[in-house]
Design a protein around this ligand. Structure first.
Ligand SMILES: Nc1nc2c(c(=O)[nH]1)N(C=O)[C@@H](CNc1ccc(C(=O)N[C@@H](CCC(=O)O)C(=O)O)cc1)CN2
Ligand SMILES: Nc1ncnc2c1ncn2[C@@H]1O[C@H](COP(=O)(O)OP(=O)(O)OP(=O)(O)O)[C@@H](O)[C@H]1O
Length: 200
């Protein structure tokens, strides 16, 4: 486990991103399958009809096996798409099996912007969130763009009981003893790793 004390947010981010980038392709493949096993049969996933995921970047744990399974079960699946303007916003857009993607300005694959396929985040059932670091009380450290935090700002400081369910996805090596929380940070219901669940 990474100890956060004494590290600034940028230093902590650097250290955690390095740790996940060091995982070999074999370790990444195994982690993706272990994550799949943690989640595929879980009621949270079985009950959700509109599910947002992401495509892996920078050593993030790979949720594509879950994406394919969700599509196989006939669920509507969504990816984050960063806006050209304003540059601080992102939307969630439905993704069809085998849809053509192209890299956004961060180099992350995205579908072409199509408003008719977009859905407001509060109408989704489940958002599986990428993260750089997490702690055992629902704390999340992201890439630093504030994209997820801004999208979820409507939740205010309420903890649970509102749509969508927020689950972080991570490698075990992204666990931090305790993350400093900013006022805008949104708490996760749980983080799921290749090794298990950390429920808040
Ligand atoms: N897979 C995935 N998709 C996602 C996110 C994510 O964290 N993971 N995001 C969650 O917010 C949004 C993108 N957020 C990002 C925020 C900052 C950087 C970033 O700083 N990247 C490089 C610089 C890249 C460049 O500008 O060329 C860096 O780290 O130096 C990347 C993505 C939307 N899509
Ligand atoms: N609700 C919000 N309203 C306005 N600005 C916000 C909000 N949430 C975050 N921000 C801005 O975004 C910046 C990045 O925030 P932070 O470092 O918490 O992002 P992150 O959680 O790491 O990234 P992400 O959510 O994209 O994965 C902050 O400096 C903050 O100014």
């Amino acid at each position: 486990m990474i100890v956060a004390e004494g590290l600034s947010r940028p230093a902590l981010r650097r250290k955690l991103r390095q740790a996940r980038r060091k995982l070999s392709p074999t370790q990444q493949r195994r982690a993706a399958l272990d994550l799949y096993r943690q989640l595929a049969q879980h009621p949270i996933l079985r009950r959700a009809r509109h599910i947002a995921l992401y495509l892996p970047n920078d050593g993030e744990i790979d949720p594509r096996p879950l994406l394919q399974e969700a599509q196989r079960r006939g669920k509507a699946t969504y990816l984050p798409v960063v806006n050209a303007w304003p540059r601080t916003r992102m939307v969630f857009q439905r993704i069809m099996p085998n849809e053509r993607l192209k890299p956004n300005r961060f180099g992350i694959a995205e579908p072409a912007f199509r408003p008719a396929r977009q859905r407001r985040i509060w109408t989704l059932d489940l958002v599986l969130m990428p993260l750089v670091g997490f702690d055992e009380s629902g704390g999340r450290l992201g890439m630093g763009g504030g994209f997820y935090d801004r999208s979820l700002a409507y939740r205010g400081r309420r903890k649970n009981g509102h749509k969508p369910t927020l689950l972080g996805l991570a490698h075990e090596c992204q666990k931090v003893d305790c993350l400093p929380l900013a006022s805008w940070d949104v708490r996760l219901q749980a983080t799921v790793t290749d090794d298990g669940w950390y429920a808040n």
